[in-house]
Structures are given as C-alpha cells and as structure tokens.
Design a protein around this ligand. Sequence first.
Ligand SMILES: Cc1cc2nc3c(=O)[nH]c(=O)nc-3n(C[C@H](O)[C@H](O)[C@H](O)COP(=O)(O)OP(=O)(O)OC[C@H]3O[C@@H](n4cnc5c(N)ncnc54)[C@H](O)[C@@H]3O)c2cc1C
Length: 419
Amino acid sequence: MDQKARELASKVCPWADESEDETEMAARLFDSALPRDERIGAYRRTLAARVVASDRVAGSSSGGMTSWVAQRLLEEGHVDGIIHAGYASGQNLFDYRVSTTVEEILGNRKSMYYPVSFSEVLELIRGDGRRYAFVGVPCFVKAVRSLTSVDAELDKQIVFCLGLVCGHLKSAAYAESMAWQLGVKPDAIEQVDFRIKNPEAGSRGYQFGVKAIDADEFASSSPFNLVGGSWGHSVFQPNACNFCDDIYAETADVVFADAWLPKYESDWRGHNIVVTRSEIVDQLIEAGIAAGLVEAEDLEVDAVAKAQAGNFRHRRLGLRVRLMDDIKAGKWVPRKRVEPGYEGISAERLGVIRQRRHLSAESFGLFERAKKIDDLSVYIRGMAPLIAAYDRWSRPSYVKRAVGKLKRTFWSMKRRIVE
Ligand SMILES: Cc1cc2nc3c(=O)[nH]c(=O)nc-3n(C[C@H](O)[C@H](O)[C@H](O)COP(=O)(O)OP(=O)(O)OC[C@H]3O[C@@H](n4cnc5c(N)ncnc54)[C@H](O)[C@@H]3O)c2cc1C
C-alpha cells in the first residue's frame, strides 16, 4: 500500500486517529440547531416505540421499529434498497445484503450478533445510480459516513443511515459456543436465532436457538443458562470494542435500541428506544402513529440514557480505565472522547472492568482449543473460574436487585390490568 492509500485508509477507519470523531462528524452532518446531549449525541425526538401488530413484532428483536422504518423509507420512495445484515448461505451464517422488497426486509430481521462485512455489498452497488439506506452498529455507520465523505459516488447513493445501539460485537465463536452447549457442534449448525421471544416472560426473557443441519426444529435455551450467554461477560468481544465510546450511534439519522426500562421490559413483545435526527424519519413515525401502526411515547433524554446504563458504564467509565491501564503499560491507545484516568471509580468497578476485559480475551483461546481437540469441556471448565471472579466483583447489592424486581413486578401487574 502506498503512502496516499495509507492516508486515505486511516481517514475512513473508524478507529484511526486521522478520522473524525463522532462529535465532529455529527456537527458536519446534522442541523447545528438540534439539541445535543453528551451521552446520546444530537437528537430531534426520543421515544419508546413498537410496531402495534403483535404477530409482526414477534419476528423482530425488540419493538420492530428498525425494519419498520426501513420498510417505510422504501415504500415512500426515499430509497431504492436497504443495505443490512441478513441470513447467508455458505460458510457464514449471516452477512450484509441488499434488500429491495418489503418481503426481503421482513425476511432478514432480528439482531445478528455475528461478524459481518459490508465491503462486497458497497462494491456491488457503487455507481448503480440507486439510493440506499444503510443499517449498522455505531462503528459501521461511522465507517460508512467517513467513506462517503471521501467518495462522492457513494455519498450520492447512501442517503440514510439507521443505527443499532451496540453493547459490543461478537465473533462467530459466540453462536458456535452456545450452539455446542445445546448439542449442535460448530460444523453442524444450519441456522441460529439470537432472539426468540417468549410470551411467558418479559422482553428480557428471550431465548437463543439453533437448528442443526437436517434437524426439523430449533433447540433453544435462555442464554443466561449457557456459559457466555450474559452480555456482561463480554465473551468473544473483539479488542476494538474495548475502545468504543459511541453508544447511541451518534452519526446515524436514527438509532434503535432495546427499551431496557422496567415499564417496557414487562411486555414480552418488546419495545425500542428510538432517537431520531432526521425530519423524514420523524414524519414517517408520526404518520405510523396516526395510522395506528406504531405505538409510541416520548421519553426524557435521561430515561434514554438510563436504558443503556450498563453500556455507559462499560463504554465511558470502563474506557477511561482501559485507556489508563494501557498507557501505563506503555501501549499505543487511540484518541477518544473520554479522558484516561481512575478518579472517582470504586475498587469494585475497577475489578469489574478489568476482569471483564481479561475474561473476554481468554474466551477466544479457550474455545479455539476446545474446537481443536473436539472437547467443549475445555471451554466450559476454563471459563468457570473467570466467570466466578467476575461475578464476585459485579454482583449487585441485595437492595438493588430487590428494587429492580419490585419495579418489574409493578409494571407487569399494571400491564395485565390494562390489557
Ligand atoms: C452486535 C449488536 C449488539 C447490540 N447491542 C445492544 C445493546 O447492548 N443494547 C441494546 O439496547 N441494543 C443492542 N443491539 C440492538 C438490538 O439488539 C436490536 O437489534 C435493536 O433494538 C433493533 O430491534 P428491532 O426490533 O427494531 O429490529 P428488527 O425489526 O428485528 O430489525 C433488525 C434490523 O437490523 C438489521 N441487523 C441486525 N443485526 C445487524 C448487524 N449485525 N449489522 C447490521 N444490521 C443488522 C437487520 O438486518 C434488520 O434490518 C445490538 C445489536 C447488534 C447487532
């Protein structure tokens, strides 16, 4: 690679110091009159919302608003296609694709906690004279925005970016390790479903499912009953995610999250938190509410941030610690929007942050070894002491757990009375 190409690559890489940070990029992209919150970025409207039709929302991860907005952008002629992740054939279970019909959008829903790449898809669409909406996690949206800032052709074509709030990415080992625990070895997986909704539980009660090649049905379990199923453990998280500080996809025109607030968690069908930064998206949602297709409530910005409290602890507080730890160890660290440091962080929190990073890094080697000698117990036994140490640091106090349970019970009873 020559010097010029290297400079260009650094300009579009979301992790390189030479690329804009999310605040700089958002200032370039969005109306400067929009209010801005340091936690969620610029915003027009902040909502809790879901698609009303229960049979439809059952096939989405949360409230179904991501695929609904994508569908409406297509139907209203704002775009000719949606660039998003979908089911793949071949070696990968999922990959980026282009959907140009509502059927294709609806056939490729739910969260794909799996490594996907959009490079081939962008090469495919570049210069075809059509307009697209891109769907991706925050760093992917940032990468696309950087690319369109230096590529005039793609800039004309990618006219909307839809963000997905992200806790961290996962390698393929996440799906493989959970499937294996359900009796399906990595090379026997036909399909996985990370978000099977459970009408008997709240929205947090979803299951992980796997279908083996030649099997008729999915085997499934609560991810919490599987080693690595808790997102707090961050198994198989790429190291880059240790350096991310963008929770609400601050460079996207609209971003969708799970509504992790007690009021919405009591409803198994799921709700989204939605932060909009586009007038067109606002109009589509407003029209959906008026037509009775979307149920929505405005939310305070504090509630929006609270719904991702754990994510903020990991991404902002945790990032300060990881940066400082690496600087002290003499390692290079990227330019970030948080200051490295330990001030004001309790010993327990420091323990959680460091043990999570350790656990995350160790998970890769342990699973690799398990695969090599075809013995899952190498992974399970290796993870046990790491998880036990993490749980000792992170266990919430009895009072905190009791208050959380009380809130969920209250909202669940209220919902039953109303319905
Ligand atoms: C890796 C990852 C981590 C996440 N972490 C969190 C978190 O910590 N907290 C939180 O609140 N929410 C998180 N989410 C978002 C959440 O899981 C839901 O995806 C989101 O709420 C949208 O739900 P929905 O019902 O609106 O989407 P649906 O109606 O089910 O539609 C989902 C849309 O997203 C697309 N999509 C799914 N996965 C990917 C992907 N990997 N790359 C590109 N497009 C994709 C699909 O193609 C589809 O168009 C994460 C999502 C991903 C992919």
